[in-house]
Design a protein around this ligand. Structure first.
Ligand SMILES: C[S@@+](CC[C@H](N)C(=O)[O-])C[C@H]1O[C@@H](n2cnc3c(N)ncnc32)[C@H](O)[C@@H]1O
Length: 219
C-alpha cells in the first residue's frame, strides 16, 4: 500500500532552471486559495489542472469574470509567472492551489462545487512502464464525479495518441457518468476551436503533432 506521503507525489519538474524574481509578496499570498472559504462562497468555480505557465488560467479568468478560477500547479516558476500576469492585468478572480489536484479534492467534502474542470496537455508519460503516473484514468473520472455540479463539464486536451486512446477507453468505461459532447472526430481538432495557445500546445504545433480536445458533461 502507498504511504500517505507518497499518495500525492507528482513526477516531473517543480522548479525551472532560470533564476526568478518573486512578485509582490502580498499579491502572491493573496493568490493562494483558502479551501474553507473561497470555493464555498462562489456560484461558479472552475479548476485548471496543471496550469503550467498559466495561459489557460488567464484565458478562463477573462472569459468568466464572475467565476473563481482555481489554478492547480506544483511548478513553482509557472505559479510565479501566473501571479505576475494576474497582477499586471489586474485580474482578481484566480486562486492558486500549489499542490496535487487530487489533494484538493481529498480536502473537500464530496459536494458539487465545480462547474468545469480543465486539463490541457496533462503529462503524457509516453513509456509504458510510466503509464501508471498518468493523471487521467478510470479512477480519475470516478473520483471527480461527485465534486462536479449537474451538467458540469470536463475539458481535456492532449497531443499524445497513446494517451488519447487510453482516455477514450476510460470514457467508455465510465459512460454511465459522463456524456462525450464532441464525440465526432471533426470536432476534436484543438486548433479549430477558441482555445488558448499554451506552451505545450505550441510545442506540439512546432513538432507537427495534432492536438485533440475532448468535452465531457456530467450526467
Ligand atoms: C505538460 S504540462 C502542461 C501545462 C499547461 N497546461 C500547458 O498546456 O502548457 C503538465 C503540467 O501539469 C502539472 N501536473 C501534473 N500532475 C498534476 C497534478 N496531479 N496536480 C496538479 N498539477 C499537475 C505539471 O506540474 C505540469 O506543469
Amino acid at each position: 500500500m502507498k504511504k500517505i506521503s507518497d499518495k500525492y507525489t507528482i513526477y516531473g519538474r517543480k522548479k525551472g532552471r532560470k533564476k526568478i524574481n518573486i512578485v509582490e509578496k502580498d499579491f502572491f499570498v493573496n493568490c493562494r486559495i483558502n479551501l474553507e472559504t473561497d470555493i464555498k462562497k462562489n456560484k461558479m468555480n472552475i479548476i485548471d489542472v496543471g496550469s503550467g505557465r498559466g495561459e489557460n488560467t488567464l484565458f478562463l479568468a477573462k472569459k468568466n469574470p464572475d467565476a473563481l478560477i482555481i489554478a492547480t500547479e506544483i511548478f513553482w516558476d509557472g505559479n510565479i509567472n501566473l501571479c505576475k500576469q494576474l497582477s499586471k492585468l489586474r485580474l482578481y478572480n484566480v486562486k492558486i492551489f500549489s499542490n496535487n489536484v487530487l489533494k484538493l479534492f481529498d480536502n473537500l467534502n464530496k459536494d458539487d462545487y465545480f462547474n468545469e474542470i480543465w486539463i490541457l496537455f496533462p503529462d503524457p508519460w509516453p513509456k509504458k512502464k510510466h503509464y501508471k503516473r498518468r493523471l487521467i484514468n478510470d479512477n480519475f473520472f470516478t473520483k471527480v464525479y461527485p465534486y462536479l455540479k449537474k451538467n458540469g463539464k470536463i475539458f481535456i486536451a492532449t497531443d499524445s495518441s497513446s494517451y488519447l486512446k487510453s482516455i477514450m477507453n476510460s470514457i467508455y468505461k465510465t459512460k454511465s457518468l459522463f456524456n462525450w459532447l464532441n464525440n465526432k472526430p471533426q470536432n476534436w481538432i484543438y486548433d479549430m476551436l477558441d482555445l488558448p495557445y499554451t506552451k505545450f500546445f505550441k510545442k506540439a504545433q512546432n513538432s507537427y503533432r495534432p492536438s485533440f480536445f475532448i468535452e465531457l458533461e456530467k450526467i
